[in-house]
Design a protein around this ligand. Structure first.
Ligand code: HEM
Length: 458
């Protein structure tokens, strides 16, 4: 099949993979596909294609190539066709299943719910949940960071996004249904979203049940309008389409789930990697970070707020550096609807265009010593990501860049500000490898660390 494929004359150069697969050159199970893409980049440059079944998958690597990916219009490069697997979870007529006009308006509703005004309300809730959670830890012990953060972040996300009604019942039905939705978003679902598997059947049933739960809550909120709510759910209830119609209860449910899915695993994974890196390199960074915490917490009389968090520049840079080394979304994809050109090559209609934050963040011409953990690369006037647009792409870029970036920084920085001030940590195991068996890539579980409550916490 590979031999019979004839390449159009100005198509991007093709990186042959069939031979590599047959010779088992790459350890896809343990190391994922990144090694192969890295080799394609090294041998063919910033644009090349691989043939997967009947399709050309075109990789664009590096800031200049990213520019055409992120600046393309939706009518040229489309998300819809590659994110079809989300439709059974988000629902009919929601985001990737909606018409382009409706999708745009729905993304605007989400943007409003995640803007600065709402962040002020969210920060207090995140602090409260996180403090309550860590107060339950004993004086000393061992924990699996990824499990711990996963449980905490579903609580913070529930309180800020889904509303207090769900938060207060989170341990009951919702958590169970949410898990069934997650299980129905596997690699298999990516290629065959409606394959008749048990996981997919459970996912579909869970989606119906979740919609019923939200229907009740939304109805109650619409009847009882005296209570003021400042969460994401209320923003969606109050939203209006351009023709003044209101989103249906099922659309509201779908948008809530879209935000939850976009933010929960990504934030959990980032909190975990950040902890693992901070503990691994604590001799170099811990005292600087604690100095920053002391100085800012003194200035703000011990209060974690939007203002105090925004001044924690080193903590911010640590999170960004974590995302540079370990971006949870390793590939961003688009279906090519109109041919586009780059550097004399044509990316043809029907191809899949891909950028990879994981590969992009390790380019040595863009990030000096790219394998080194060095948060200071993001500080000061000469921060490395300022040199060229679209070099740091953990949150994507352009018209579809992450709407939850601010919320994610707020959440992860709050968690680590509290932990750094209250606990000392030690690793109990080797630094884990990334786990490529899931669509959102995190460290291989478990991620065990020892903790000890500080006597002089502040
Ligand atoms: C989009 C990463 C947290 C909501 C994206 C994209 C990336 C990303 C790479 C672009 C996808 C693409 O171009 O195909 C991350 C990371 C996060 C994070 C690394 C945490 C560390 C969140 C949170 C929320 C959120 C907390 C909401 C609460 C969204 C939404 C989009 C998006 C709604 C779609 C934007 C659009 O298509 O216009 N995210 N995200 N994300 N993210 Fe995030």
């Amino acid at each position: 099949y590979y031999i019979s494929y004839t390449k159009p004359s100005n198509a991007p150069p093709c990186f042959p993979i069939l031979l590599s697969i047959l010779c088992r050159k790459y350890d896809f199970i343990n190391k994922g596909p990144l090694e192969l893409i890295q080799d394609g980049y090294k041998s063919l440059g910033d644009i090349f294609q691989i043939r997967l079944f009947h399709r050309s998958v075109v990789f664009l690597i590096g800031p200049q190539a990213h520019k055409i990916f992120f600046e393309a219009k939706d009518t040229q490069l489309s998300q819809r066709e590659v994110y079809i697997f989300t439709i059974p979870v988000f629902g009919k007529n929601i985001v990737y299943d909606a018409s382009p006009k409706i999708m745009q308006q729905q993304l605007k509703f989400m943007n409003k719910g995640l803007n600065l005004i709402h962040m002020k309300a969210h920060v207090g809730k995140i602090v409260m949940e996180a403090e309550e959670w860590f107060n339950k830890w004993p004086q000393t012990g061992q924990i699996d960071l990824i499990k711990e953060f996963s449980e905490l972040i579903i609580l913070t996300a529930s309180r800020c996004l889904l509303g207090k009604e769900i938060r207060e019942n989170i341990h009951q039905e919702f958590a169970h249904l949410y898990q069934q939705l997650s299980d129905g978003m596997s690699h298999l679902s990516f290629f065959f979203p409606n394959a008749p598997t048990n996981a997919h059947k459970k996912r579909n049933l869970a989606r119906i049940k979740i919609s019923k739960i939200f229907e009740k809550i939304i109805k109650q909120r619409r009847i009882n309008q005296e209570i003021q709510y400042d969460d994401f759910l209320q923003v969606l209830i109050d939203a209006r389409y351009l023709d003044d119609s209101i989103p249906t209860d099922d659309e509201i449910t779908g948008l809530l789930l879209a935000a939850l899915f976009a933010g929960q695993h990504t934030s959990n994974i980032t909190s975990t990697w950040m902890g693992l890196l901070l503990i691994k390199y604590k001799s170099k960074w811990m005292s600087k970070l604690l100095d920053e915490q002391k100085q800012i917490m003194n200035k703000y009389h011990g209060e974690l707020s939007l203002e105090s968090l925004s001044e924690m520049n080193l903590l911010h840079a640590v999170m960004k550096e974590t995302l540079r080394l370990y971006p949870p979304l390793v590939f961003l994809m688009r279906k090519v609807l109109e041919s586009i050109s780059y550097n004399g090559y044509i990316i043809s209609k029907g191809d899949i265009a891909v950028v990879s934050p994981s590969i992009a963040h390790r380019i040595s011409d863009v990030f000096k010593n790219p394998d080194e953990f060095n948060p200071e690369r993001f500080l000061g006037e000469n921060a490395e990501d300022q040199i060229e647009k679209f070099s740091f792409i953990a949150f994507g870029g352009g018209r579809h860049s992450c709407l939850g970036e601010r919320f994610a920084y707020l959440q992860v920085k709050t968690i680590w500000s509290i932990l750094l001030r209250k606990f000392d940590f030690e690793l109990c195991q080797e630094h884990p490898e990334p786990d490529y068996s899931t669509l959102v890539v995190g460290p291989k579980a478990p991620c065990m660390v020892k903790f000890k409550r500080k006597i002089d916490s502040f």
